[in-house]
Design a protein around this ligand. Sequence first.
Ligand SMILES: NC(=O)c1ccc[n+]([C@@H]2O[C@H](COP(=O)([O-])OP(=O)(O)OC[C@H]3O[C@@H](n4cnc5c(N)ncnc54)[C@H](O)[C@@H]3O)[C@@H](O)[C@H]2O)c1
Length: 254
Amino acid sequence: MSGMLEGKVILVTGGSTGIGRATSTILAREGAKVVIADIQDAEGANTVEMARAAGGHAEYHHVDVSDYAAVSALVSGIAARHGRLDGAFNNAGIEGPTAKIFDYSVEEWNRVVRINLTGVFICIKCEIEQMKKQDGGGSIVSTASAAGLIGIPGASAYNAAKHGVIGLTKTAALEYANRNIRFNAVCPGFIETPMLNRVTDQSVKIRDTLIAGVPMKRVAQASEIGDAVAWLLSERSSYVTGVALPVDGGWVAQ
Ligand SMILES: NC(=O)c1ccc[n+]([C@@H]2O[C@H](COP(=O)([O-])OP(=O)(O)OC[C@H]3O[C@@H](n4cnc5c(N)ncnc54)[C@H](O)[C@@H]3O)[C@@H](O)[C@H]2O)c1
């Protein structure tokens, strides 16, 4: 039986660990040729092994998503090697510091916004450029967050950047709907990844408090985001565009 992404060429940024790694493995299992871009090279090589073991083609490239020239060269290289780009998962991101706005430095603000929002803009811009040259459109999914839908004290830059990813997704969806290039965002809640561990490692209490606030009373596995992303990247979601999909155990429904 062939997978729902058979033969599709899909770029995954931030694919070395966490949500990007789990998603890359699922996309490969579903038949995609997965091109992983990240800045953690050793972990990227591990993801490539996992994706290949799942039965698909996978390759890794060292690319900082906030570097326009590097992303542009990456996408041109994909077109040269594989002939096209069918989909992308713009997922690379950082959490930034936890501090109230008064104590949040302008430098940290700029760094978080540069990677989490400008990085997604740069990727979308380069992906559109390639997809416009092809027949058949494309599907682009970006990782926002539940923090893109509600405010979270102490996370001003992260919150603003993730709200920005949703706004950017909606505008891109409207600009390219008539070319059949679809744009959607996923909004993860609390997901078992290195990022969540960095945030909660400070104390067991923080983790317990987070879980207590989730209606389903658990964090998610990264593959639970990957399954939603695979669907959004596939033809099975062919009439879905401009959506910000919470995958959060009911957290933002409260
Ligand atoms: N884990 C959660 O609970 C959670 C919740 C909501 C949203 N998210 C979002 O999910 C995405 C993935 O995060 P994760 O939880 O898997 O964390 P993670 O830290 O495991 O993964 C993030 C990946 O992005 C890469 N990256 C960081 N900066 C980069 C850059 N400039 N260029 C290229 N790659 C870069 C990292 O090397 C890493 O591999 C992020 O956008 C994050 O904001 C995570």
